[in-house]
Design a protein around this ligand. Structure first.
Ligand code: NAD
Ligand code: TYD
Length: 340
């Protein structure tokens, strides 16, 4: 039986990962360590509470004493580190917590993984560590790191720490670098859920700059199947890019959302650009496709529809969120969302 410490499992991707594993596997015991920041939500995991192969612990990955206790008590054999501060805009407003959680927290996990001789440490990273592309080209695993935001700089730092632990101590570290995810349970500060919810509420849809920035989108379950494969078969010291070759301009996604919700384009509002806004991300996933026969199953337009329908059906989930911390955040942010 594998005993996996999943960190950040109450967030968007981590909660989808835990549900996927508990649904498909009975040879894996999961300890979910999550600090329950504004982005962590135990409602995402309501189906798992009675599962005999699952336990939740509220806590911080920076807390070395707690992390040590968990590795010992549960005889952890594997780590999947999703825990992070994950939003670029928040990192621009204040970077400290990003370096604390994403770098120091990862280091605490690496140190304990070394002491307890884990069999595999999967570091969940992002394509944003590569920086921004021009019109052509794709990020490969060999593309030099060139992070541009405090968020991506903190994730790149964690990647380097993880690779150094492999090089120095032979810790079996594997890194995934995935493109932008979307799907159920994504916190409504990220582009797709924010636009869906604002449109449902007939609120303005703030588009940064000219709206022509490009992201390469992947449905969350396609990402998580790749993570499971890397957990099983990833070679220590290797990096695997994960993406679904679905490049889209932000403005085109927003128009698709409005069309499906039968809302007018007049809700679109062009606002001041994000400082240091990366222009284009696009990812080459040939390595994971060739080595592990992975391929994405979901087409962007179909999975976007599925996602929109999820937010329509799960209004209670996001209403509780937008009436709390998120709303305060959104209001404070909005002062900088100058309409252009
Ligand atoms: P999220 O913000 O939805 O969830 C993050 C989770 O981590 C939350 O449950 C939060 O409570 C928890 N957390 C934060 N700080 C913690 C700490 N100090 N200790 C323990 N738990 C803590 O993020 P997400 O979108 O699910 O992203 C998960 C991971 O995937 C992150 O590492 C992110 O960098 C990476 N990633 C995300 C995307 C994307 O499009 N969302 C793309 C590529 C990679
Ligand atoms: P986001 O979901 O924050 O992900 P990331 O910055 O990590 O790629 O943003 C995706 C794109 O959407 C990015 O180009 C910024 C843009 N965007 C807007 O135009 N308006 C918004 O309100 C948000 C949140 C993002």
């Amino acid at each position: 039986m594998k005993k996996i410490l999943v960190t950040g499992g109450a967030g968007f991707i981590g909660s989808n990962f835990i549900k996927h594993i508990l649904h498909c596997r009975d040879d894996i015991f999961i300890v979910n360590l999550d600090k329950l920041t504004y982005a962590g939500n135990l409602e995402n995991l309501i189906d798992c509470v009675d599962n005999k192969n699952y336990v939740f612990i509220k806590g911080d990955i920076v807390n070395d004493e707690l992390v040590k206790y968990i590795f010992g008590k549960y005889e952890i054999t594997h780590v999947v580190n999703f825990a992070a501060e994950s939003h670029v805009d928040r990192s621009i407003l204040g970077s400290e917590i990003f370096f604390r959680t994403n770098v120091i927290g990862t280091n605490v996990l690496l140190e304990n993984a070394k002491v307890f001789n884990v069999e595999k440490f999967v570091q969940i990273s992002t394509d944003e560590v590569y920086g921004s592309l021009g019109k052509d080209g794709l990020f490969k695993e060999t593309t030099p790191l060139h992070p541009n935001s405090p968020y991506s700089a903190s994730k790149a730092s964690a990647d380097l720490a993880a690779l150094a632990f492999h090089h120095t101590y032979n810790l079996p570290v594997v890194i995934t670098r995935c493109s932008n995810n979307y799907g159920p349970y994504q916190f409504p500060e990220k582009l797709i859920p924010l636009m869906i919810i604002n449109a449902l509420n007939d609120k303005k849809l703030p588009v940064y700059g000219d709206g022509k920035n490009i992201r390469d989108w992947i449905f969350v379950s396609d990402h998580n199947i790749a993570v499971e494969l890397v957990l099983e078969r990833g070679k220590p010291g290797e990096v695997y890019n994960v993406g679904a070759s679905s490049e889209m301009k932000n403005i085109d996604i927003i128009k698709l959302i409005l069309e499906q919700l039968n809302k007018p384009d007049s809700l679109i509002e062009f606002v001041k650009d994000r400082p240091g806004h990366d222009r284009r991300y696009a990812i080459d996933s040939n390595k994971i496709k060739i080595e592990f026969d992975w391929k994405p199953s979901f087409k962007f337009q179909d999975a976007l529809k599925e996602t929109i329908n999820w937010y329509i059906k799960n209004q209670n989930w996001w209403e509780r969120i937008i009436s709390g911390d998120y709303l305060q955040y959104y209001k404070s942010q909005y002062t900088d969302r100058t309409v252009i």
